[in-house]
Write a protein that binds this ligand. Structure first.
Ligand SMILES: C[S@@+](CC[C@H](N)C(=O)[O-])C[C@H]1O[C@@H](n2cnc3c(N)ncnc32)[C@H](O)[C@@H]1O
Length: 427
C-alpha cells in the first residue's frame, strides 16, 4: 500500500516510483513473480530534445486490494479503480480536489470520494452523470425496495420502438413503466437520490449476457447491439426472451454494488458528494470550474480508434430519453493522429487554467492500434507546449504474453492490459 505522502516533492515521487515494490502478499499471486520481484525498470526517451524518464513495473494489479464493489458499473474503455487510487494516494491529500475531464463511469471520482478527496466529474456524454452521481449517495437496500414497491407497473405498456427481440412482453412492460415513472419524477423536479440510484442500476441492467440482466442473452451491457443483430443472435442461439423480474434484478444489483462498501466509505462518498460537481461539458471548455482549484487530474481521453457511441449506447439512451444523435455530434471521435493532437492541445490548455500550481495530471492512454501509435509519446510535447513540466511516463505492466521475456520485449508486444500514463506537474 502506498503510504500517504503529505509533503510531496518531485524527488519524493521519483524515488517512490524507482524503488516501488508491490506488497509481498500481492507478488505471490501476480506476474511480478515472473520478474523475480524486480524493481522498476527505468529508461529514458528523447522527446523534442527533452529527456523523459520512463518507469515500468507492475505498479498495481486487478487483484490488489480488491476495488470497492461500488465501481462495478460497466462502461466502454473504463480503467480499473487501482489506477486512479495509485495516483490519488501518491499525489494528493485529504480534501484536495481531484478532477476527471473524461469521466466515463466515474472511476476516478468515485475512488477519490472513497479516499476522502473532493471531486469534479465531467463527460460530454450525459450517461456518465447518470451512472456516477448516484453512487455518492448510496441508499439502503430497504429504501430501494420501498421505492420500487411504490412504482406502479402497467402491464399493457409497450415501448414505442420494437424491443421484442430483447425482452419478454411482461419485462418490457415493467421497463417501460419504470422509464415513465422516472421521466415524470424528473419533469416534476421530484427525482431524488433513490430514484437516481434506481435509474443508474436499471440503465446498467438493460442488456447483457447473464440472467442478471433484463434482456435475453446479448453482448455485455456496454455494447448494445442493434435490433436486427439481436434477432440474428436469437436465431443462432435458438432463444426467445424469458421473463425477467425488473424490480428483483434492481435489488439484486443494488446489493452487489454495496457488498463490500464500509460505513466509513459511504460517509466519505456522501461528504464528497455534497461539494461534487458533475458537468456535461466539452473538456476543452469548462467555465464552471474556477482557475487553479484542482490538485490532480486522473483521466483517460477518447482514444484514436472510434468507439461507436450511438451503436453502443442506443438502448441506454432510449431508457433515459437522451438523443443519441445529439451526443454523437458532440463527442470527440478522431481517427487521425493530428486531429486528436489538436483536440488534446485545447483540452490541456483548459487543464492548465484549472490546475493549481504544484498540481498534477496523470493522463492515461491505452494501447492504440496494437502499440503502433504510442500516444503517451505524443502527449509529452502537448503538455510541454502548454506549460506543464513532464514528470515522466509510468507504464503498468499486466498480463503479458506468456512467452515473452518481459524485460527484453518491445512495448508493442505488451499485453492489452498495459496502462501508459504520462505524468505532468504544473510548476
Ligand atoms: C476512455 S473513456 C473514459 C473512461 C473512464 N476513465 C472510466 O473509467 O470510465 C473517454 C470518455 O471521454 C468522453 N468524451 C469524448 N469526447 C469528449 C469531450 N470532448 N469532452 C468531454 N468528454 C468527452 C466519452 O464520452 C468517454 O466517456
Amino acid at each position: 500500500m502506498v503510504s500517504e505522502i503529505t509533503k510531496k516533492s518531485i524527488s519524493t515521487i521519483h524515488e517512490y516510483l524507482k524503488s516501488f515494490k508491490l506488497d509481498s502478499k500481492e507478488k505471490k499471486r501476480n506476474y511480478s513473480k515472473k520478474l523475480n520481484q524486480k524493481s522498476t525498470k527505468i529508461d529514458y526517451l528523447e522527446i523534442d530534445g527533452k529527456k523523459i524518464i520512463r518507469y515500468t513495473n507492475e505498479f498495481w494489479t486487478s487483484k490488489q486490494r480488491q476495488a470497492a464493489s461500488i465501481h462495478e458499473i460497466s462502461y466502454r474503455a473504463c480503467f480499473k479503480a487501482q489506477l486512479p487510487r495509485f495516483f490519488i494516494q501518491l499525489l494528493t491529500k485529504a480534501d484536495e480536489i481531484v478532477y476527471d475531464p473524461f469521466s466515463g463511469r466515474g472511476t476516478t471520482v468515485i475512488e477519490a470520494g472513497i479516499m476522502g478527496r473532493r471531486v469534479i466529474s465531467n463527460d460530454i456524454n450525459p450517461l456518465s452523470e447518470i451512472l456516477t452521481a448516484p453512487r455518492f449517495f448510496v441508499p439502503t437496500i430497504k429504501e430501494v425496495e420501498e421505492r420500487l414497491s411504490e412504482i406502479k407497473v402497467d402491464y399493457r405498456s409497450e415501448a414505442e420502438i420494437d424491443l421484442s427481440m430483447f425482452y419478454h412482453k411482461k419485462t418490457e412492460a415493467e421497463i417501460v413503466s419504470l422509464k415513465n415513472y422516472l421521466k415524470e419524477r424528473k419533469e416534476k423536479n421530484e427525482e431524488d437520490m433513490i430514484d437516481k440510484w434506481i435509474r443508474m442500476v436499471a440503465t446498467n441492467r438493460l442488456s447483457g449476457h447473464s440472467k442478471g440482466f433484463f434482456s435475453v442473452f446479448t453482448l455485455p451491457p456496454n455494447q448494445a447491439v442493434s435490433q436486427e443483430r439481436q434477432k440474428k443472435i436469437n436465431e443462432k442461439r435458438d432463444q426467445v426472451p424469458e421473463y425477467r423480474e425488473v424490480k428483483k434484478l434492481i435489488v439484486r444489483k443494488t446489493k452487489a454494488l454495496q457488498r463490500n462498501i464500509t460505513k466509513e466509505e459511504k460517509v466519505k462518498l456522501a461528504e464528497a458528494g455534497k461539494t461534487a460537481k458533475f458537468l456535461t461539458s466539452d473538456a476543452r471548455k469548462t467555465p464552471e470550474i474556477e482557475d487553479e482549484k484542482v490538485s490532480l487530474i486522473v483521466t483517460s481521453p477518447p482514444f484514436l480508434d472510434v468507439v461507436q457511441y450511438s451503436k453502443d449506447n442506443w438502448l441506454r439512451c432510449w431508457f433515459n430519453d437522451i438523443d443519441v444523435k445529439e451526443i454523437e455530434k458532440k463527442i470527440t471521435i478522431t481517427r487521425k493522429l493530428d486531429e486528436w493532437t489538436k483536440v488534446m492541445k485545447e483540452a490541456f490548455k483548459e487543464f492548465y487554467r484549472i490546475i493549481k500550481p504544484g498540481g498534477y495530471i496523470a493522463f492515461e492512454v491505452g494501447e492504440v492500434r496494437k502499440g503502433k501509435i504510442k500516444l503517451d509519446e505524443e502527449v509529452v510535447p502537448i503538455g510541454i507546449e502548454i506549460g506543464f513540466e513532464p514528470v515522466g511516463i509510468v507504464i503498468n505492466l499486466q498480463e503479458f504474453t506468456k512467452t515473452a521475456n518481459i524485460w527484453g520485449i518491445e512495448n508493442n508486444e505488451y499485453g492489452t492490459n498495459t496502462n501508459r500514463i504520462v505524468l505532468f506537474e504544473k510548476k
